[in-house]
Design a protein around this ligand. Structure first.
Ligand code: SAM
Length: 213
């Protein structure tokens, strides 16, 4: 199923460098909060993790810095991966985080080989979330978890970042992406992917699809 309003990420709206600047200067405080929430939610802090649609890699970096995970930072945009590679090198994390070119709809991992899949702000661009969810579920190990969705960590951070962005179209996009209708669409995609053991965790700052295998 295509989710209505889903827009393929083509890098035209913002280049990878522009997105990286915003992530470094405005979104920065959300990544450590979300990384901590992902660990608390999955209940383990080591193993093999994929950050799906990693962009410039800030969530992967935040997770690596508070856990023992080895992480593949996966993205379909080579420009984003080039930014991610620089950020990972600058943080001295090249041993733990590996930039990987890939599409979440066709992952090049074996069945049951991944402990955790995290993903922030990417699901809204996936062309066929049902296929992507089925693919992610396939590669999860038994006992594996996901933390896939969008958000800002806390309502306070969401308010502060929305104010800093100072762009009405940003607020509108966030309302569409994080609203109930989007979650309803994604539940249909989960049903189409035949994944039953999951929940959507949400608060006023975002939502996260937590699959359990
Ligand atoms: N997760 C990062 C963050 O929160 O800073 C980046 C979010 S950015 C809004 C969305 C990212 O998803 C882009 O880097 C885009 O290239 C990536 N993306 C979109 N569709 C994808 C797909 N099918 N497979 C892999 N990456 C994808």
């Amino acid at each position: 199923m295509k989710t209505p309003g889903a827009k393929k990420w083509d890098g035209k709206e913002k280049t990878a460098d522009e997105f990286n600047e915003i992530a470094r200067n405005i979104f920065a405080p959300v990544y450590p909060v979300i990384a901590r929430q992902a660990i608390e939610c999955c209940g383990f802090d080591r193993g093999f993790c994929i950050d799906a649609g990693c962009g410039p890699g800030h969530l992967a970096l935040a997770l690596a810095s508070i856990s023992g995970f080895t992480i593949d930072a996966l993205d379909m945009s080579q420009d984003m991966l080039a930014c991610a590679k620089k950020n990972i090198q600058n943080a001295g994390m090249s041993e733990r985080i590996h930039p990987v070119h890939g599409d979440v709809h066709a992952l090049s991992y074996d069945d049951c080989s991944v402990d955790l899949v995290i993903s922030r702000g990417s699901v809204f661009f996936w062309e066929a979330p049902d296929r992507a969810f089925a693919e992610i579920y396939r590669v999860l190990k038994p006992g594996g978890r996901t933390f896939i969705g969008g958000g800002f960590g806390t309502p306070e951070l969401k308010a502060a970042i929305t104010a800093k962005m100072n762009d009405p179209s940003f607020g509108e996009k966030v309302r569409g992406n994080l609203g109930h209708e989007k979650q309803r669409e994604l539940r249909i995609c989960m049903k189409d992917a035949r994944i039953r053991d999951y929940e959507i965790r949400r608060d006023a700052s975002g939502f996260w699809i937590v699959m359990r295998k």
